[in-house]
Design a protein around this ligand. Structure first.
Ligand SMILES: [Zn+2]
Length: 407
């Protein structure tokens, strides 16, 4: 496969370049490597008939590409999109719609005649976009709303007189309703009120960090966002959210309606094949607060970090989610070949070492499984449903993306 790089400004200049064995640092930020068949930036596959966009390969023969089971439940598109994500700076504060909200939002924007490529467009397609992020390095994120009683404690300790004025919204109702009230007031404040509030909050953050407050990490993150995005209501929202740091090898899955922002680090990300993002700040991109408010889930959540579970073969660790569109696993392959059985589409992305992959001959009279492919670090292979079982060996660390339907 040949994969496309998205050059968003928050991207790292080293992570993706080094993975691909290209000159590092790169000339421009490299934020995301897209491995898949999203119509906006499809990978291409190099086969016997030359190089073709994967999105076309799938559309031309969905039965061969996806197999009957995936087509029946998930339709005629590749259901997942795999990315390498390299954040040198914080990404926008965002949430993704549910399947229902995405279908309705997409139809409404089509009816309103908003071009799909318009920067003001919320719904680029009609799919929901659950996602899972797997940390390649230490990876920092804001994820979901913190237990409001704990947030009240953190905000009281902050001791910002101007914030005190709003704190009653949360302390008087420490539940999802209180979070909604506080968040919606904060995110819709006019700048005449927001600017002095933020400068007071940030000044208090500086003082508390200097004093070595037990919440210094939380205040430091808010300071970092305040410096990067002055006057942005997302800075205020960060005070309400869980601050998480994933160790390399840990994963985090994000259901629809979960408010999140990735802050720094490199990760593998897998998601339903969609680009539907509703942003609430921390970005120069299109922000639509009323629409974000409609999709947000204000229920406080504990952050469910995953360490993975044993997979199909001994060298595999799977990061399970309830989402049928995708399943991500990591293969730590040695020299010994392993056979992977799957009747749907798969993508294998080599992260370390070199992968050897070949089809397993079907039937006793088959004269070998076709030629073996050697896939170096940073490269990926498309495995169609019709390819049947494959045999893989390393030494290599490989990320395996496939559908997440239960077999
Ligand atoms: Zn997201």
């Amino acid at each position: 496969m040949h994969n496309r790089i998205r050059p968003y400004a928050w991207g790292s200049r080293t992570t993706i370049a080094e993975l691909l064995g290209e000159p590092s640092p790169s000339a421009h930020p490299q934020a995301e490597l897209w491995v898949g068949a999203h119509p906006a930036d499809s990978s291409t596959v190099v086969g016997p008939d030359g190089e073709r966009a994967l999105v076309d390969v799938v559309a031309d023969d969905p039965e061969a590409a996806l197999g009957g089971r995936v087509r029946k439940h998930l339709g005629d598109r590749l259901p997942f999109l795999l990315k390498v994500l390299a954040a040198a700076e914080p990404l926008s504060l965002q949430a993704h719609p549910s399947a229902d909200q995405a279908a309705r939002g997409f139809a409404a924007e089509e009816d309103a005649g908003i071009p799909r490529s318009s920067p003001n467009r919320n719904y680029k397609d009609s799919s929901h976009k659950p996602e899972l992020v797997y940390a390649l390095t230490e990876f920092r994120a804001l994820c979901g709303f913190r237990d409001p009683a704990h947030t009240v404690e953190i905000l009281q300790e902050l001791g910002s007189p101007r914030l005190e004025h709003y704190l009653g919204l949360l302390s008087g109702q420490p539940d999802a309703g209180g979070i909604r009230a506080f968040f919606s007031v904060g995110i819709t404040l006019p700048s005449s009120a927001l600017d002095p509030l933020l400068s007071d909050v940030l000044a208090c953050c500086v003082d508390r960090v200097r004093e070595g407050s037990r919440f210094a990490d939380e205040y430091r993150t808010t300071l970092e966002l305040g410096e990067r995005y002055p006057g942005d209501p997302g800075v205020l929202a960060s005070l309400l959210m869980n601050h998480v740091t994933l160790r390399p090898g840990q994963a985090l899955s994000l259901p629809a309606g979960n408010l999140h922002a990735y802050l720094s680090g490199a990760a593998i990300e897998i998601m339903a094949n969609s680009d539907n993002v509703l942003r609430g700040g921390l970005t120069p991109k299109h922000v639509d607060v009323p629409e974000l408010m409609r999709v947000l889930d204000f229920a406080p959540v504990a952050v469910p970090l995953q360490d993975g579970e044993p997979g199909d073969v001994p060298d595999e660790v799977v990061f399970a989610t309830p989402f049928p569109e995708f399943r991500l696993s990591r293969l730590d392959l040695g020299d010994e070949p392993r056979t992977l059985h799957h009747d749907g589409p798969q993508v294998l992305l080599v992260f370390e070492g070199e992968l050897r992959v070949e089809r397993v001959p079907d039937g006793a009279d088959a004269a070998g499984g076709g030629e073996a492919l050697t896939v170096p670090r940073g490269r990926s292979v498309w495995v169609a449903a019709a390819d049947g079982p494959i045999r893989v060996s390393g030494p290599a660390t490989v990320f395996r993306a496939r559908d997440g339907l239960s077999d």
